[in-house]
Ligand binder design. Structure first.
Ligand SMILES: C[S@@+](CC[C@H](N)C(=O)[O-])C[C@H]1O[C@@H](n2cnc3c(N)ncnc32)[C@H](O)[C@@H]1O
Length: 251
Protein backbone atom coordinates (compact mmCIF):
# COMPACT_ATOMS: atom_id res chain seq x y z
CA UNK A 1 0.00 0.00 0.00
CA UNK A 2 1.46 3.41 -0.95
CA UNK A 3 1.59 6.41 1.44
CA UNK A 4 -1.57 7.94 -0.06
CA UNK A 5 -3.54 4.75 0.48
CA UNK A 6 -2.25 4.58 4.03
CA UNK A 7 -4.22 7.76 4.82
CA UNK A 8 -7.49 6.02 4.05
CA UNK A 9 -10.14 5.11 6.55
CA UNK A 10 -12.00 1.88 5.74
CA UNK A 11 -15.68 1.84 6.67
CA UNK A 12 -17.88 -1.27 6.31
CA UNK A 13 -21.65 -0.71 6.27
CA UNK A 14 -22.68 -3.89 4.47
CA UNK A 15 -22.94 -7.56 5.33
CA UNK A 16 -22.26 -8.67 1.76
CA UNK A 17 -19.64 -11.38 2.28
CA UNK A 18 -17.53 -10.71 -0.81
CA UNK A 19 -17.16 -7.03 -0.04
CA UNK A 20 -16.59 -7.55 3.66
CA UNK A 21 -13.72 -9.83 2.62
CA UNK A 22 -12.40 -7.16 0.24
CA UNK A 23 -12.52 -4.60 3.04
CA UNK A 24 -10.56 -6.95 5.31
CA UNK A 25 -7.87 -7.36 2.64
CA UNK A 26 -7.12 -3.63 2.58
CA UNK A 27 -7.63 -3.01 6.30
CA UNK A 28 -4.56 -2.31 8.39
CA UNK A 29 -4.34 -1.42 12.09
CA UNK A 30 -4.06 2.24 10.98
CA UNK A 31 -7.11 2.59 8.75
CA UNK A 32 -9.85 0.87 10.74
CA UNK A 33 -10.26 3.49 13.44
CA UNK A 34 -12.06 6.82 13.45
CA UNK A 35 -8.97 9.04 13.32
CA UNK A 36 -9.56 12.66 12.37
CA UNK A 37 -6.54 13.09 10.09
CA UNK A 38 -7.79 10.75 7.35
CA UNK A 39 -7.66 12.14 3.83
CA UNK A 40 -10.33 9.87 2.36
CA UNK A 41 -12.86 7.24 3.38
CA UNK A 42 -13.49 4.01 1.46
CA UNK A 43 -17.08 3.03 2.32
CA UNK A 44 -18.48 -0.42 1.64
CA UNK A 45 -22.26 0.14 1.45
CA UNK A 46 -25.08 -2.28 0.58
CA UNK A 47 -25.66 -0.57 -2.76
CA UNK A 48 -22.08 0.19 -3.82
CA UNK A 49 -18.54 0.90 -2.66
CA UNK A 50 -17.54 4.56 -2.68
CA UNK A 51 -14.64 6.87 -2.01
CA UNK A 52 -15.43 10.11 -0.24
CA UNK A 53 -13.89 12.93 1.68
CA UNK A 54 -14.58 12.74 5.43
CA UNK A 55 -16.87 15.79 5.22
CA UNK A 56 -19.02 14.30 2.39
CA UNK A 57 -22.23 12.54 3.43
CA UNK A 58 -22.20 8.71 3.31
CA UNK A 59 -23.78 7.71 -0.01
CA UNK A 60 -22.65 10.89 -1.82
CA UNK A 61 -19.11 9.77 -2.59
CA UNK A 62 -17.62 8.74 -5.92
CA UNK A 63 -18.22 5.22 -7.21
CA UNK A 64 -17.59 3.59 -10.58
CA UNK A 65 -20.83 3.65 -12.54
CA UNK A 66 -20.56 2.37 -16.10
CA UNK A 67 -24.29 2.91 -16.64
CA UNK A 68 -23.66 6.67 -16.94
CA UNK A 69 -21.69 6.31 -20.19
CA UNK A 70 -23.45 7.63 -23.30
CA UNK A 71 -24.04 4.39 -25.22
CA UNK A 72 -25.32 5.75 -28.53
CA UNK A 73 -23.51 3.63 -31.14
CA UNK A 74 -21.32 5.61 -33.53
CA UNK A 75 -22.14 8.96 -31.92
CA UNK A 76 -20.71 11.25 -29.24
CA UNK A 77 -17.86 9.68 -27.29
CA UNK A 78 -18.38 6.38 -29.12
CA UNK A 79 -17.83 7.86 -32.58
CA UNK A 80 -14.88 6.22 -34.30
CA UNK A 81 -13.96 9.72 -35.51
CA UNK A 82 -12.75 10.59 -32.01
CA UNK A 83 -8.97 10.75 -31.57
CA UNK A 84 -8.97 7.85 -29.04
CA UNK A 85 -10.35 5.14 -31.42
CA UNK A 86 -8.42 6.65 -34.33
CA UNK A 87 -5.21 6.19 -32.35
CA UNK A 88 -6.05 2.49 -31.81
CA UNK A 89 -6.10 1.86 -35.58
CA UNK A 90 -9.34 0.78 -37.18
CA UNK A 91 -8.24 -2.80 -37.96
CA UNK A 92 -6.84 -3.50 -34.49
CA UNK A 93 -9.05 -5.39 -32.05
CA UNK A 94 -7.23 -6.27 -28.86
CA UNK A 95 -6.11 -3.59 -26.42
CA UNK A 96 -4.35 -3.67 -23.07
CA UNK A 97 -5.13 -0.53 -21.12
CA UNK A 98 -2.06 -0.56 -18.86
CA UNK A 99 -3.30 2.33 -16.70
CA UNK A 100 -6.98 1.57 -16.08
CA UNK A 101 -7.75 4.20 -13.40
CA UNK A 102 -11.56 4.30 -13.18
CA UNK A 103 -11.74 2.69 -16.67
CA UNK A 104 -13.22 5.77 -18.35
CA UNK A 105 -11.26 5.12 -21.54
CA UNK A 106 -11.36 1.31 -21.26
CA UNK A 107 -15.16 1.21 -21.12
CA UNK A 108 -15.44 3.52 -24.14
CA UNK A 109 -13.11 1.23 -26.10
CA UNK A 110 -15.06 -1.86 -24.98
CA UNK A 111 -18.34 -0.25 -26.03
CA UNK A 112 -16.79 0.52 -29.42
CA UNK A 113 -16.09 -3.19 -29.87
CA UNK A 114 -12.42 -3.46 -28.90
CA UNK A 115 -11.47 -6.43 -26.67
CA UNK A 116 -9.96 -4.70 -23.65
CA UNK A 117 -7.88 -5.96 -20.75
CA UNK A 118 -7.56 -3.12 -18.25
CA UNK A 119 -4.78 -3.28 -15.66
CA UNK A 120 -4.80 -1.27 -12.42
CA UNK A 121 -2.16 -1.52 -9.73
CA UNK A 122 -3.88 0.32 -6.88
CA UNK A 123 -5.77 -2.19 -4.68
CA UNK A 124 -8.20 0.58 -3.66
CA UNK A 125 -8.99 1.64 -7.23
CA UNK A 126 -9.28 -2.06 -8.15
CA UNK A 127 -11.93 -2.53 -5.44
CA UNK A 128 -13.95 0.35 -6.92
CA UNK A 129 -13.58 -1.17 -10.40
CA UNK A 130 -14.71 -4.63 -9.30
CA UNK A 131 -17.72 -3.02 -7.63
CA UNK A 132 -18.54 -1.16 -10.88
CA UNK A 133 -18.25 -4.41 -12.85
CA UNK A 134 -20.46 -6.27 -10.35
CA UNK A 135 -23.24 -3.73 -10.83
CA UNK A 136 -22.71 -3.63 -14.63
CA UNK A 137 -23.19 -7.42 -14.75
CA UNK A 138 -26.50 -7.10 -12.93
CA UNK A 139 -27.75 -4.64 -15.58
CA UNK A 140 -28.60 -6.87 -18.57
CA UNK A 141 -28.77 -4.04 -21.07
CA UNK A 142 -25.49 -2.49 -19.96
CA UNK A 143 -23.74 -5.86 -19.81
CA UNK A 144 -25.05 -6.65 -23.29
CA UNK A 145 -23.46 -3.41 -24.49
CA UNK A 146 -20.09 -4.09 -22.84
CA UNK A 147 -20.56 -7.52 -24.40
CA UNK A 148 -17.85 -9.24 -22.39
CA UNK A 149 -15.31 -6.92 -24.00
CA UNK A 150 -13.89 -5.57 -20.75
CA UNK A 151 -11.70 -7.60 -18.38
CA UNK A 152 -10.05 -6.01 -15.38
CA UNK A 153 -6.83 -7.22 -13.78
CA UNK A 154 -5.20 -5.99 -10.59
CA UNK A 155 -1.42 -5.71 -10.69
CA UNK A 156 1.50 -3.76 -12.06
CA UNK A 157 1.33 -3.58 -15.84
CA UNK A 158 5.14 -3.56 -16.08
CA UNK A 159 5.03 -7.21 -15.03
CA UNK A 160 1.66 -8.25 -16.46
CA UNK A 161 2.50 -6.97 -19.96
CA UNK A 162 5.13 -9.67 -20.19
CA UNK A 163 2.60 -12.48 -19.88
CA UNK A 164 0.16 -11.11 -22.47
CA UNK A 165 1.44 -11.71 -25.99
CA UNK A 166 -0.27 -11.13 -29.36
CA UNK A 167 -1.94 -7.91 -28.37
CA UNK A 168 -2.60 -5.28 -31.02
CA UNK A 169 -2.39 -2.15 -28.87
CA UNK A 170 -0.98 -1.23 -25.47
CA UNK A 171 -2.59 1.97 -24.22
CA UNK A 172 -1.01 4.13 -21.51
CA UNK A 173 -2.59 7.12 -19.78
CA UNK A 174 -0.44 7.93 -16.73
CA UNK A 175 -1.40 10.77 -14.37
CA UNK A 176 -0.79 14.04 -16.17
CA UNK A 177 2.38 15.83 -15.08
CA UNK A 178 1.64 18.90 -12.94
CA UNK A 179 1.49 22.21 -14.81
CA UNK A 180 4.03 24.80 -13.69
CA UNK A 181 1.53 27.69 -13.86
CA UNK A 182 -1.51 27.78 -11.56
CA UNK A 183 -4.35 26.10 -13.44
CA UNK A 184 -7.95 24.97 -12.81
CA UNK A 185 -8.30 21.82 -10.72
CA UNK A 186 -9.09 18.58 -12.62
CA UNK A 187 -12.58 17.03 -12.23
CA UNK A 188 -13.42 15.80 -8.70
CA UNK A 189 -13.04 12.09 -9.43
CA UNK A 190 -9.58 12.66 -10.94
CA UNK A 191 -8.56 14.59 -7.81
CA UNK A 192 -9.69 11.61 -5.70
CA UNK A 193 -7.82 9.22 -7.99
CA UNK A 194 -4.58 11.16 -7.75
CA UNK A 195 -4.97 11.42 -3.97
CA UNK A 196 -5.09 7.61 -3.89
CA UNK A 197 -2.50 6.70 -6.52
CA UNK A 198 0.01 9.58 -6.46
CA UNK A 199 1.70 10.98 -9.57
CA UNK A 200 2.74 7.84 -11.56
CA UNK A 201 6.37 9.00 -11.47
CA UNK A 202 7.49 5.71 -13.07
CA UNK A 203 5.53 6.38 -16.29
CA UNK A 204 8.74 6.33 -18.39
CA UNK A 205 9.57 2.80 -17.28
CA UNK A 206 6.01 1.65 -18.03
CA UNK A 207 6.40 3.16 -21.51
CA UNK A 208 9.69 1.22 -21.98
CA UNK A 209 8.02 -2.02 -20.81
CA UNK A 210 5.18 -1.41 -23.27
CA UNK A 211 7.60 -0.74 -26.16
CA UNK A 212 9.39 -4.03 -25.37
CA UNK A 213 6.19 -6.06 -25.12
CA UNK A 214 5.76 -6.88 -28.82
CA UNK A 215 2.38 -5.23 -29.36
CA UNK A 216 1.75 -3.85 -32.83
CA UNK A 217 1.57 -0.36 -31.37
CA UNK A 218 1.77 1.59 -28.14
CA UNK A 219 -0.55 4.57 -27.69
CA UNK A 220 0.14 7.20 -25.04
CA UNK A 221 -2.37 9.83 -23.91
CA UNK A 222 -0.70 13.09 -22.95
CA UNK A 223 -1.99 16.55 -22.07
CA UNK A 224 -1.17 19.02 -24.85
CA UNK A 225 1.10 21.02 -22.50
CA UNK A 226 3.40 18.03 -21.75
CA UNK A 227 6.42 16.91 -23.74
CA UNK A 228 6.25 13.78 -25.89
CA UNK A 229 6.65 10.49 -24.06
CA UNK A 230 9.03 9.02 -26.65
CA UNK A 231 10.97 9.91 -29.79
CA UNK A 232 9.47 9.61 -33.26
CA UNK A 233 5.80 8.72 -32.80
CA UNK A 234 4.45 7.42 -36.12
CA UNK A 235 1.25 9.43 -35.68
CA UNK A 236 -0.33 11.92 -33.29
CA UNK A 237 -4.11 12.28 -32.96
CA UNK A 238 -5.03 15.57 -31.40
CA UNK A 239 -7.99 16.40 -29.19
CA UNK A 240 -8.79 19.77 -27.61
CA UNK A 241 -6.77 19.23 -24.43
CA UNK A 242 -5.00 15.93 -24.97
CA UNK A 243 -3.20 14.11 -27.74
CA UNK A 244 -2.68 10.42 -28.47
CA UNK A 245 0.88 9.56 -29.49
CA UNK A 246 1.20 6.37 -31.54
CA UNK A 247 4.45 4.37 -31.42
CA UNK A 248 5.14 1.31 -33.55
CA UNK A 249 3.25 0.59 -36.72
CA UNK A 250 0.53 2.83 -38.19
CA UNK A 251 -1.45 -0.04 -39.78
C1 LIG B 1 -4.68 8.92 -15.19
S1 LIG B 1 -5.21 7.42 -14.52
C2 LIG B 1 -5.92 6.60 -15.91
C3 LIG B 1 -7.29 7.10 -16.26
C4 LIG B 1 -8.03 6.19 -17.22
N1 LIG B 1 -7.43 6.22 -18.55
C5 LIG B 1 -9.50 6.57 -17.31
O1 LIG B 1 -9.96 6.94 -18.40
O2 LIG B 1 -10.20 6.48 -16.29
C6 LIG B 1 -3.74 6.48 -14.29
C7 LIG B 1 -3.98 5.16 -13.55
O3 LIG B 1 -2.97 4.25 -13.94
C8 LIG B 1 -2.56 3.49 -12.83
N2 LIG B 1 -1.19 3.01 -13.13
C9 LIG B 1 -0.09 3.78 -13.30
N3 LIG B 1 0.98 3.01 -13.57
C10 LIG B 1 0.53 1.73 -13.57
C11 LIG B 1 1.16 0.46 -13.76
N4 LIG B 1 2.49 0.37 -13.98
N5 LIG B 1 0.41 -0.66 -13.69
C12 LIG B 1 -0.93 -0.58 -13.44
N6 LIG B 1 -1.58 0.60 -13.22
C13 LIG B 1 -0.86 1.73 -13.29
C14 LIG B 1 -2.63 4.46 -11.67
O4 LIG B 1 -2.74 3.75 -10.43
C15 LIG B 1 -3.90 5.25 -12.03
O5 LIG B 1 -5.04 4.64 -11.46
Amino acid sequence: MNPQEAQLKIEVKTTDKIRVAEAKKVSTPNNKGGETSVGLVLSFLDSHTELRRPNTKVGNGYFVDFSKVDRRRGAGNLSKKQPLPKSMGLTNQTVIDATAGFCGDAVLLALMGFQVIAIERSPIVSILLRDGMRRAKEDIELWGAIDNNLHILEGDAKQLLQVHQDIDVIYIDPMFPKKKKKSPLPPGHIQLLSQITGDDLDADSLFCAARNAHAKRVVVKRPNYAKQMGNNPVAIHKGKQVRYEVYGSVS
